[in-house]
Design a protein. Structure first.
Length: 202
């Protein structure tokens, strides 16, 4: 029996963050969205890698962007750090970005949100102005479109996909339908949160 084998990190299954993350890992494995893929690191389930598709009818259409999500140890009560590793012209490559769903704005975070919500929101933020936020970029449409065209090759050359499943091939109609589903789910979540707040109000 070899003593060189590294043991996998053991987690407390009663820890609410660990329980939640494992649940999300199972859900993400079953979720075959045409817009994203994400997987937790085998050695650290608080560290995730993802790949997202650029939103349709934008400068990022056709782009495929890889990045990382670092969940805090008190997740889901606090938000994560989010990093984009593929050049894109909207967010600085390799830097923690500032969004209402990231660790820069814990006051906006809701514990009901998860990795799937983060990815959906991140995609929707791509076409929005950077407005001087931390790690935001406002590159020209020409540059963004060029980076979108080069994104897949960049990811392959830099082994950013790793062992993640590739995004499913999709038509423009399927991508638009997925985007519409995002919007519908976001509205449902907002209504649910509003209702919960009303119930908790004195």
């Amino acid at each position: 029996m070899s003593g060189n084998k590294q043991k996998k990190k053991q987690y407390n299954s009663k820890h609410i963050g660990v329980h939640r993350i494992r649940q999300e890992m199972r859900e993400m494995f079953k979720d075959k969205s045409v817009m994203y893929r994400a997987a937790a690191d085998e050695d650290n389930i608080f560290s995730w890698k993802f790949v997202i598709r650029g939103p349709p009818d934008s400068d990022f259409e056709g782009g495929v962007y890889c990045g990382r999500i670092q969940l805090p140890h008190d997740y889901p009560y606090k938000p994560p750090h989010i990093i984009l590793d593929t050049p894109n012209g909207r967010f600085r490559q390799g830097k923690q970005i500032c969004l209402s769903i990231s660790a820069y704005h814990p006051e906006h975070w809701h514990p009901a949100w998860g990795v799937r919500t983060i990815l959906q929101a991140l995609i929707s933020f791509f076409p929005t102005p950077g407005d001087g936020a931390v790690a935001a970029l406002d590159w020209s449409p020409k540059d963004r479109k060029l980076l979108a065209k080069r994104s897949h090759k960049f990811n392959v050359d830099n082994d950013l996909y790793g062992e993640m499943e590739p995004l499913l091939p999709a038509t423009k109609e399927e991508i638009l339908a997925a985007q519409q589903q995002f919007c519908d789910e976001a509205k449902d979540t907002a209504r649910s949160e509003e209702h919960t707040s009303e119930l908790q109000s004195p």
